[in-house]
Ligand binder design. Structure first.
Ligand SMILES: [Zn+2]
Ligand SMILES: [Zn+2]
Length: 274
């Protein structure tokens, strides 16, 4: 039996382990196939792309999209980010993240809080996904907040005085961008927005798969599996591991994926490319 996890984060987004550390960990744990699916960046996967290992790494990404009022995560397996629509999108996304930092810092300044965007940038080195946690760190460091939660509570959390909306594409755009970049769009952790009719609607927009096995939707797994088979969705899954200091229900190794689903994923990729 092959040991598989198709949803893991590295420090390229908000994971704790750097790509090579994660690779070592997965080797120690005897994994056969993993997929690195960082939020809105492929920097982690890239770091490992030329690394010689018997462990198979399937390139992926997890895009933050918006559908009406819902925030929806979309996985893109085998997506190619060399001069494709996704490389344009990721470039734009990075610019928007930086722009957002300046906007938040401006709002904070107007509240009499003296921090600079440069101080915030210093908090993120390898991570592509500079964002509010980095601002929170500076606020704590300079004594404006007791801890990260306090910083979000007082200033930068949703609907707090220095909050600024995040740039997001629609789910439909996300599906199109992934498909046009040679990738396979899969709805991430659907337990958070469980609605079978909605999933069928998304299929018409080009969605190919559903993440069946995920810590957030284990109670739906059986039903989802039947639903996916009946409606010809690809089935994927993974731990959504971010590191051992995060939610332990997402620890690596707790969820393993049947090899069949990887075979189906590869078949879909081969069909799409031919
Ligand atoms: Zn997610
Ligand atoms: Zn994730």
């Amino acid at each position: 039996m092959k040991k598989i996890d198709l949803h893991i984060h590295t420090s390229a987004s908000d994971g704790e382990f750097a790509p090579f550390e994660l690779l070592n960990l997965c080797q120690e744990l005897n994994f056969d196939i993993i997929s690195i699916a960082d939020h809105d960046t492929m920097k982690g996967v890239k770091k490992l792309s030329n690394h010689n290992t018997s462990l198979e790494i399937i390139p992926a990404i997890e895009l933050s999209c918006r559908d009406g009022k819902r925030d929806i995560h979309l996985l893109g397996y085998y997506v190619d980010d060399e001069n494709t629509p996704i490389s344009d999108y990721l470039k734009k996304f990075r610019e928007e993240r930086i722009r957002r930092i300046y906007k938040i810092v401006d709002k904070l300044k107007k509240m009499g809080i003296d921090i600079s965007a440069e101080e915030v940038f210093k908090q993120s080195s390898f991570s592509d996904s500079i964002g509010r946690p980095h601002i929170a760190k500076v606020l704590v460091k300079k004594g404006y907040a007791e801890n990260i939660d306090d910083a979000f509570d007082k200033y930068i959390g949703y609907s707090k005085p220095a909050y600024v909306h995040k740039y997001k594409i629609s789910l439909k755009q996300g599906i199109e961008i992934i498909s046009a970049s040679g990738g396979i769009p899969v709805l991430a952790h659907p337990g958070q927005y469980y609605d079978l009719e909605y999933f069928l609607f998304l299929k018409k927009q080009g969605l190919k798969g559903i993440e069946i096995w995920h810590p957030d939707n284990l109670k739906y797994a059986k039903e989802l599996e039947e639903f996916a088979d009946k409606n010809k969705f690809l089935k994927t899954g993974g731990s959504d591991f971010h590191g051992f200091s995060h939610n332990s229900k997402k620890d690596i190794g707790k969820i393993l994926i049947p090899y069949d689903s990887v075979v189906a994923l590869k078949k879909e990729k081969a069909n799409a490319s031919s």
